[in-house]
Design a protein around this ligand. Sequence first.
Ligand code: NAP
Length: 209
Amino acid sequence: MRIALLGYRGKVGRALQPGLEAAGHDVRGIGREDPVDVQGLDAAVDFTTPGAVVANVGACLEQGVPCVVGTTGADLAPLDALARDCSLPVFSAPNFAIGAVLMMRFAAEASGHLARAEIVELHNEAKRDAPSGTARATAALLPGETPIHSVRLPGLVAHQEVLLGGEGQLLTIRHDTLSREAFVPGVLLALERLRKLPPGLTVGLGALL
Ligand code: NAP
């Protein structure tokens, strides 16, 4: 596929571009100062900033290009309406690491058996949004109001623990993203399935697994 990668010079973009190329895709990198010219491409992938993503994806949809969105911390609801109007799919996931999706599933299953849960999410200090999209999505799968604790420190990539406490026991379900290459298989899967998704916004890798 011919793919635009918005945010190709970012931390995720720098891992994603070689991963997409190694899988046989032809990648056009688009940075902050570049025009969003995606005419004739098969798909666009956005890993930019919460302030840029809606305008970027909107511009891609208006040029007839379906999108995969990794950027977190923005309200993507306006893109759902626009994508429906354009009869194009947009796929977004708070976490493209397949192990993280499994962590969320296992936590949801365990929450039916253990009384209370809390989430600790730990990310690199440069991450702008807190709590993380993954932590919010995990909490939405658990019963009641699940407290979320956010840690931002240098040296971290993306990590999350779901702690589930019962009488006399603690279950910890933990996922560690050790490098940003972890996001490549999830993005490749989303690109492979993108054209088969219905028009509008589809959220979460779980919908594709
Ligand atoms: P980053 O290192 O700050 O990179 C963001 C990149 O976007 C920068 O290269 C920046 O350009 C570029 N950019 C800013 N505005 C732009 C615009 N209007 N058009 C095109 N490019 C633009 O951030 P990151 O760590 O790569 O993360 C990017 C996003 O992905 C964040 O929202 C993060 O939370 C999210 N994320 C999601 C997942 C997931 O699995 N869903 C995983 C990791 C990260 P400059 O270099 O010129 O500033």
